[in-house]
Design a protein around this ligand. Sequence first.
Ligand code: ZN
Length: 457
Amino acid sequence: MIDAFARIVDATGILTGGDIGPRYLNTRGHGVAGTPLCVLRPKTTAEVSEILKLCHARGQSIIAQGGMSGLVGGAAPLGGEVVLSLERMNQIEEFDAEGRTLTTQAGVILQTAHEYCEERGFMLPLDLGARGTATIGGVISTNAGGVRVIRYGMMRESVLGLEAVLADGTIISSMNKMLKNNAGYDLKHLFIGSEGTLGVVTRAVCRLRPKPKSVNTAFVGIDHFDDVVAFLGFLEGALGGELGSFEVMWGAYDQFVRERCPSLRPPLESGHGFYVLIETLGNDPTADSAKLEGLLAEVMDRKLIVDAALAQSEQQRAAFWAIRENAGEGFRTLGPMCTYDVSMPIKAMGTFGIRVTDSINAAFQGATTLVLGHMGDGNLHVVAAVGSGSPEIHKQINDIVYGVIRDLGGSISAEHGIGTEKKDYLSWSRSAEEIALMRALKHTLDPKGILNPGKVI
Ligand code: ZN
């Protein structure tokens, strides 16, 4: 097999044995990776097709990898697979200002695409903490979400067309550039969010938006959960679609930041029940800041919010976002963590936060439970640190968090996907009929089960 692969890719396109670096084995804390047969690093779709044809003929399992920033073990090898890294397919192919599209290969880093578009007055709206490592193909394959979903939707909404290679090597070129195209089934959606189990995304046409001319960011303190919900509703109504982010951190997270993250500087007093990071994306640099300030004053008068700070510089804005995104120094002091990504109706989030925190604290003395997330999207993250974080403890916490989610009619994955981490719980959020249809699709597209086996379903 290795000899056959070596005839498809160039000499630096194949890695074996000790040359397989940690990048390709990153499980992001979900167990230890297995040893892959080899790592292949193709440069073209034709090479990907040849590789898959060979794997299909031999029944050889294969895993597509992007930037390896996924959080559910979806791209980590289990052992014996071919790793197909798209990292060298990193060319931006076309920028179309009139059509507002960007055509790229799958391995382009998200931040590279951001910077390329911004230099030309446009934005690719999908944005998340891992922007410096995540790739276009990766955020498509996982239908990533992040911090701008309330305004622009998840990655699915920014994909107009794509090219994917099927398990048998067939190239499906669906590089549509139009906003509207109802000519039969919209096949791209099979490959968006299916975590590399139905095909390998090799190229994409992304939808761009005009770059906002003004960005205003505020940090807000609120005492009661019902007021957070009312504040969100108020802003969505008053801002006419300009609300770009609505990130909520429960009070325990603020305490954690103050105690464990000495490099972060919370702009408000401690002790509020909730902290909200909001950002507006507008087009009037002179008026937008005053408008947001006026709205915050209005809700403060109405006692909906109790404190607020408006960023006065890009540096301050970065400091606000750092509290939400850069608490790594604190997390490292917690030891092993179990992290969750769940969604639910917004009005259920108050109950969720209380029930999860109380249940974990009741089951484990000295547990740290933090709740935060993209509340405007119905998406929360939970970080739970309990002692050794052994597999038994991890399963107990899974059962608590996903049990509450099942009771509330939510989803065990809002934006991270299923991978290996949540596979055992898929039936807690999907019906038997839904899972049966997923299996039927999988069998049709990948009859030999060679694409990312052991993941998702
Ligand atoms: Zn998130």
